[in-house]
Write a protein that binds this ligand. Sequence first.
Ligand code: NDP
Length: 440
Amino acid sequence: MYIQKVLEDLNSKYYHQPEFIQAVAEVFGSISLLLERDNRYEKHRILERIVEPEKIIKFRVVWEKDDGEIEINQGIRVQFSSALGPYKGGLRFESGISLSALKFLGFEQAFKNALTGLMLGGAKGGSDFNPKGKSEREIMRFCQAFIKALAPYIGAHTDIPAGDIGVGEREIGYMFGEYKKIVNRFDGALTGKSPLFGGSFARREATGYGAVYFAKAMLESYGLGFEGKSCIVSGSGNVAIYTMEKLISLGAKVIACSDRSGVLIDKNGVDVGLIKQIKEVDRGSLAKYSKSKEAEFCADKKITGIACDYAFFCATQNEVDLDGAKTMIKNGVKAVIEGANMPLSNEAADLLIESGIPYAPSKAANAGGVAVSGLEMGQDAIFLRSSFEEVDAKLQKIMQNIFTVSKETAKEFGDAKNLKMGANIAGFRKVADAMIKQGL
Ligand code: NDP
């Protein structure tokens, strides 16, 4: 069979890129019915073409530490697909970042961006630079060196990077400041900027709020809501914080969140203001949270072991394996939502779907960030700014549309509750059809 053959070839060629293979298997595992019904995809060899990034740019980043020592990092930009628009996707700064991870993220991004309905291709990039423990000036110098090397390959109509793990408004600001000098132009070649200089209001909140808007639409289709429900949210970075903020505003109680050092449990409901102070201002560990006597920080606990109504995974890839999914089901979880990219293994996600638990796949549920980045590009292009309320209203509409498209597509292929299949087919079909229409 066509899918099997392409997957086998990919496995033997890229056996050393496990996350990338996992992401491709996840999408291909959902589209067999589409390929059976429509033989154009095989005729045009779309699967073989769609798994190869259009371009991968690798570069050296050299910068100077505060003590005068020279540091060398690697930079990568995977420009995966321009079928639907200019390359678009975040930058991740994290030690140990691999080409495998960036290829998986770029591949996912192409289909996620398709779901937003905006004119966006797919890309991802980053560096093995770890911002943790670096001084403010070191971070600035690294960002300047990174963007200097990447600048020839990006631009408002070519490739528009944004933030991701380790890259927030501060890092985007340093990169934008340098980029502007290099090209001698003030254009929107980066999104996630401060609203002071071309950034969109609500971009910071967009991925987390968007995940909750998607979850709301999904839960309503089951007759469920947020009022009084207990939630766990993994992570305590950009996506997690604004997921928590929106959940609390809708009447839910967030009883746990996490970071690399452990899990914070506050049965009375976490104080998101305090978490913002720790993570966005002090840039410290959740161990510093000391709101109440009941709150406890556990360095050796898994967040999947905490019983809750709804679980939001907003930290990183492969946080939840099959055992984690089994534990959550045993503890009575009523819905699982992916705010991060691919936080559940394929086996864990499939078990939830088979068990009839509402499950929101990342491609659909976390598309709010890139959607508002798309709106930021539009605002920059015409030098006009929309208000927070206008952007938030558009975000809600986009997330509702993504839910509807995913659900309708799942229904078209005979399994209306399987949003993973619906989102994968809907995203794939758009990118693949655009490739066919654009010729070889
Ligand atoms: P941040 O760097 O702001 O936050 C990441 C959070 O996850 C931090 O709290 C971090 O802990 C925690 N974390 C990271 N790796 C691990 C790990 N291996 N084990 C335990 N905890 C971990 O990143 P974002 O919030 O921006 O991104 C989170 C996820 O959401 C990623 O998968 C990203 O690709 C995805 N995403 C992000 C978007 C955005 O707009 N930012 C858009 C769409 C998807 P610590 O605080 O200790 O560093």
